[in-house]
Design a protein around this ligand. Sequence first.
Ligand SMILES: Cc1cc2nc3c(=O)[nH]c(=O)nc-3n(C[C@H](O)[C@H](O)[C@H](O)COP(=O)(O)OP(=O)(O)OC[C@H]3O[C@@H](n4cnc5c(N)ncnc54)[C@H](O)[C@@H]3O)c2cc1C
Length: 320
Amino acid sequence: MTKRQLTIIGAGPAGLTAAIFGRRAGLDVLVLEKGMAGGQINITAGIENYPGFKLAGGMELGKIFREHAEKFGPEFMECSVESVSFRDGNKTVVTNKGTIETCALIIASGASFVKSGCKGEDEFAGRGVSYCAVCDGAFFTDAPVAVIGGGDSAVEEADYLARFASKVYVIHRGDEFRARKSVVDRALANPKIETVMNSVVEEIAGGDLVERVIARNGKSGKTREIPVDGVFVYVGSAPNLGFLTNESGVKRAGNGRIITDGKMETSVKGVFAAGDVREKYLRQVVTAAGDGATAAAAAGEYLSKIGTLPDLKQRQHITA
Ligand SMILES: Cc1cc2nc3c(=O)[nH]c(=O)nc-3n(C[C@H](O)[C@H](O)[C@H](O)COP(=O)(O)OP(=O)(O)OC[C@H]3O[C@@H](n4cnc5c(N)ncnc54)[C@H](O)[C@@H]3O)c2cc1C
């Protein structure tokens, strides 16, 4: 078992920003990441609302975030967090590569897509059904595709898919999109995009591969068969918190996300949450980064209060 000062679960925008702020405050920082550092932005086509970058490719921005964090020398460990426990003031993180005892913890494990739940979705996963336009969009060059959803991700990714696809149907259950107006306006101006409003996809059907979706209009009750080769599902996301049980004492909202105060501290002292994993109004890169900065500063304050301030030797590791 290793003993660490500040451990961060997740190397997305929140975790990487926390690592930068933690290291710059002279803390000993360990970042645990099970996939590719950068988080969800690695599967995002383009980001145009992160200050300083008028339009950045998601992968490109993820790489810049990683390199920026690496500059300050946190330790990265490639592992999956399996459970955490906070008993008698001890904070224990169990991973598939060993157990870590930490003085403070920042949970920045982000979120993952949720399924639409329609018939055929599981059956055709990987055979036309996808959750990542950046990963799979090019497979549908000159072919018609459908996007299910009406939020920012759905409409932005529909616009991205229109670069490849012959036609993009955006099927949304509501009568207006939840996405930001600028995003919707651009998508609606794209002649390849057709919106199918007030409609729920009941079935994704085909043979070996997807051939069509069957959508029911909630107002008229009529169904429509739309011939498509691909279906991209963007109906929302859920926090990555399989490792956090109720016994941990960390309070969560009805949607499963972690409740924090303004310093990103959870109901357990010394345990913080940042980014998409926590309950908040806006889940974007800029807010994830802001949360990460706040959480690291607050963790530093907590560590100094409990008497585990970093010594000067650790501060000298900082190169900037
Ligand atoms: C398709 C799409 C388009 C988007 N477009 C935009 C946009 O244009 N602008 C914008 O600002 N935002 C956009 N977002 C949202 C943005 O990507 C997120 O708000 C942001 O990435 C959240 O950062 P995070 O660090 O909280 O979490 P994440 O980015 O989800 O990172 C969490 C990290 O934790 C890791 N992790 C999870 N569980 C564990 C575990 N058990 N053990 C170890 N590691 C773990 C994950 O592998 C991941 O790397 C988009 C998202 C998607 C999916």
